[in-house]
Design a protein around this ligand. Structure first.
Ligand code: ZN
Length: 160
């Protein structure tokens, strides 16, 4: 069952920091990210290539990775994951691959083990939600999610 709960957290510090990661910022065109090679052209970040001379910048996704400041977090718990870790991680990586092809700013940052849970962090909320949906669709289990900061962050929970 898909269930969304909306929460509002108005934290000044977070709001301030978010400005740094705005994907709709006005970049000069074309701008190339030195970190990942994404190209800002026609109003969005793409994987296009250009022979034109480019401006240089660090894209919002690379900034989040450098700052270790994720937009999305997926919390995974339960025995099923422990027993099928490799398969589930493959699924997660495939979702990233699909999403990233069209949306260069949606990437996995880290997959790490916490106390009784595994955390997957992402540079975008869209990818975090897609991963949650894919886990739920493929393996059932309990799936829920919660937006924060006016939908700029997302926490996804999946347990089986
Ligand atoms: Zn980049």
């Amino acid at each position: 069952m898909t269930k969304g709960r909306y929460a509002r957290q108005d934290k000044m510090i977070k709001e301030k920091r978010h400005d740094v990661y705005k994907s709709k910022e006005k970049w000069r065109e074309p701008t190339l990210c030195k970190g990942c090679g994404a190209l800002f052209v026609n109003g969005r970040w793409t994987w296009k290539e250009t022979s034109e001379e480019t401006h240089q910048a660090t894209c919002p996704a690379c900034r989040r990775i450098a700052d270790r400041f994720p937009a999305g977090t997926i919390e995974i718990r339960g025995e099923f994951f422990a027993a099928h870790r490799e398969e589930v991680v493959n699924l997660i990586n495939n979702v990233e691959k699909q999403q990233k092809a069209d949306r260069p700013l949606e990437r996995i940052m880290e997959i790490s083990n916490g106390k009784g849970k595994t955390l997957v962090t992402t540079t975008g909320v869209h990818l975090a939600r897609r991963i949650g949906e894919a886990l739920s669709r493929s393996y059932k289990g309990d799936f829920s999610f919660q937006y924060g900061d006016g939908e700029k962050t997302l926490r996804v929970y999946w347990e089986r």
